[in-house]
Design a protein. Structure first.
Length: 181
């Protein structure tokens, strides 16, 4: 029997985190704690959620979830992304999403910028997430990435008041002015 301090956390350890409005995530067993999102962040999330629901759910090609929803990709990799699109309903369970989703969207904030762009992006690709979008409210930009050989590669991006048309989903167009207003 082993005794001592547990160096890497897993999903079972998250039950001991406080209910304080912060997000508790695990990346390779290391704990990430971020503050609650700002109002601007939440507005963008809500608006993008509506657009993604209108596209994916009206075509019955996916279901969209918003934070807080656990995405459990491995016992030591548990994420709480801003938005998630799941193509297969069997990928979900009562406790969260338990297989790599079709799309994960992270909306950057000052406290999450580095983790979202580097740490989480790398791990999402390694764990089989097919599409990853990074929404940058400061730059008023969306970057859409697709996994190729275990790493994300740019597919399309748009900024300012442009309209983003995603080449992988016919008819998915996002008027960015709707997000930033």
């Amino acid at each position: 029997m082993s005794t001592g301090i547990k160096l890497k956390l897993d999903y079972s350890d998250l039950q001991f985190t406080p209910d304080d409005g912060r997000r508790y995530e695990l990346v390779r067993g290391d704990l990430l704690v971020t503050p609650s999102p700002s109002r601007t962040h939440q507005r963008i999330s809500k608006r993008l959620l509506r657009i993604l629901e209108d596209y994916f759910e009206s075509r019955s090609i996916g279901e969209v979830f918003c934070a807080p929803t656990d995405v459990i990709l491995a016992p030591r990799d548990v994420f709480v992304p801003d938005l998630v699109v799941v193509a297969d309903p069997n990928d979900t369970a009562e406790r969260g999403i338990e297989r790599p989703p079709l799309l994960i969207v992270e909306i950057l904030s000052p406290s999450t910028r580095h983790a979202d762009r580097r740490l989480k992006a790398t791990r999402y690709a390694e764990l089989g997430v097919e599409h990853y979008w990074i929404v940058d409210p400061e730059a008023k930009r969306i970057e859409c990435l697709r996994s190729e050989s275990g790493a994300f590669r740019p597919v399309v991006e748009a900024e300012g008041n442009a309209t983003l048309a995603h080449p992988d989903w016919d008819g998915l167009e996002i008027d960015l002015t709707v997000l930033w207003r």
